[in-house]
Design a protein around this ligand. Structure first.
Ligand SMILES: *Cc1c(COP(=O)(O)O)cnc(C)c1O
Length: 435
């Protein structure tokens, strides 16, 4: 029997909803591989690979594979005053209004936004320290997931890394000696939060408050830049009715780090800030202006979608409305509430073997490596993860020792019915129904 023509096979796959050119590719590769009977499965696999919403039942709040913080902005197709000053009718700055909101939130002079925290650190280093030295503690030469490596970022920025102290102990005196060394050319000190690991035992780290009077050999002040990474805005969490959760205890916050004397802080938009992928640089107006004037600022600037999204996020923080921020809404839910929801889903599923269990969620996203947040959810015998992923929408669960766990902290109550349906299908081995 002859294989079907590429065009006929492609047309027969139209029900998958993929545009014709993609179906032609599927048909051609199926025929070339000699398995045109599996063309439909191939087309469905392509559809499956497209970006789509998933339900996060992993218990990891900021799951890098699942896009870190869940944040939506409602943005219409419309022109905006992105770089237009409505008061004067002249060209304006895209950084000004959102920058001012973040400066207000950090209680500092100025702020600007770039594409992520890696870009923020790169830009600051390039703008303040090109061809000059950057002091970094040997305990803070970190690698953060996705290839952010402090020594390489500094090298890429055209600056020179000057290591100070030791792996486990670095004191203010180490910075002071390095900054004042004759013939040195020190442009800044960079303190990097050890976001995703901890050194325990005989340790000592230098904080921004220890370096407020750091001076070079000529007596000039050396600016201190803190890469705090996670983007916790304020240690007091005024946007949460209950105040800061206990698990947040040791996380550095932008406002306090600046108040203690950092000249600039850099942080991510999609970690504890709970927003879209972005990086914020906040602090001294003079230093932020230097960053904004550097040619890399043009390459690192976000578009109007991200700026509008961050503006909405900043407004929620300014309104002290943590409930409007999905990450904080989920992070702040009590384990009792989660247990009650899991109980309800278990009852809807009766007879399928789901057991309500206590568990621990984690912040994730390379933040707070040792923190566990008391949580609750469901446990099933066997590995149901593939069947749950096959559901529409996909439900992402965790498997451990041949048991499947669904943590109810990391999805919203309005998704409980969808999760119940996915579990019903997964445990019965039946087809995944649309809901
Ligand atoms: C996460 C993190 C980064 C990288 O942030 P991105 O927004 O992913 O680029 C940089 N520095 C620290 C300390 C971090 O925790």
């Amino acid at each position: 029997m002859h294989p079907p023509s590429v065009d006929r096979l492609a047309r027969s796959l139209a029900h998958t909803g993929l545009p014709h050119p993609l179906l032609v590719d599927v048909a051609r590769s199926s025929i070339e591989a000699g398995d045109h009977d599996r063309a439909e499965a191939r087309a469905l696999a392509v559809a499956r690979s497209l970006l789509q919403p998933v339900i996060n039942a992993t218990g990891t709040l900021l799951h890098t594979n699942l896009g870190r913080a869940p944040w939506a902005a409602s943005v219409d197709a419309s022109f905006t005053n992105l770089e237009f000053d409505l008061a004067t009718g002249q060209r304006g700055s895209r950084q000004r209004s959102v920058g001012q909101l973040f400066a207000r939130l950090c209680d500092t002079e100025a702020a600007m936004v770039v594409n992520n925290c890696a870009a923020a650190v790169t830009l600051v280093t390039a703008a303040l320290a090109a061809q000059r030295q950057v002091l970094v503690s040997r305990g803070e030469l970190v690698e953060i997931g996705g290839g952010f490596r402090v020594p390489e970022v500094i090298e890429q920025s055209g600056a020179r890394l000057h290591e100070v102290g030791t792996t486990n102990r670095t004191r203010a005196a180490d910075f002071e000696r390095a900054a004042a060394a004759p013939g040195g050319d020190v442009a800044m000190a960079l303190l990097v939060h050890q976001s995703n690991y901890k050194i325990v035992g005989f340790t000592e780290a230098t904080q921004a408050r220890d370096l407020t009077d750091l001076r070079d050999g000529d007596g000039n002040r050396v600016p201190v830049v803190c890469d705090i990474g996670s983007g916790l805005l304020d240690a007091a969490c005024p946007w949460l009715d209950e105040g800061p959760p206990l698990w947040l205890a040791d996380e550095p916050a932008a406002k306090q780090t600046l108040a203690e004397g950092a000249d600039l802080v850099c942080f991510s938009g999609d970690k504890l800030l709970g927003g879209p992928q972005a990086g914020v640089i906040a602090g001294s107006a003079e230093l932020v202006a230097k960053c904004a004037a550097h040619p890399l600022a043009r390459a690192f600037r976000p578009g109007s979608l991200v700026m509008q999204s961050l503006q909405q996020l900043a407004m929620s923080y300014l309104s002290r409305d943590g409930n409007a921020i999905a990450f904080w809404r989920m992070a702040a839910r009590s384990a009792d509430k989660l247990r009650a929801r899991a109980q309800q889903v278990a009852e809807q599923l009766d007879g399928t073997g789901g057991t309500v269990v206590d568990m621990h969620s984690v912040p994730g996203g390379g933040t707070l490596p040792t923190v566990e947040i008391p949580s609750a959810g469901l446990r099933f015998d066997g590995d149901l993860t593939a069947a749950l992923r096959a559901h529409e929408p996909p439900v992402i669960a965790r498997v451990h020792d041949q048991q499947t766990f669904l943590d109810f902290r990391t999805f919203e109550p309005e998704h409980d019915a969808v999760v119940a349906n996915a579990l019903r299908n997964a445990t019965s081995g039946g087809p995944a129904l649309d809901t």
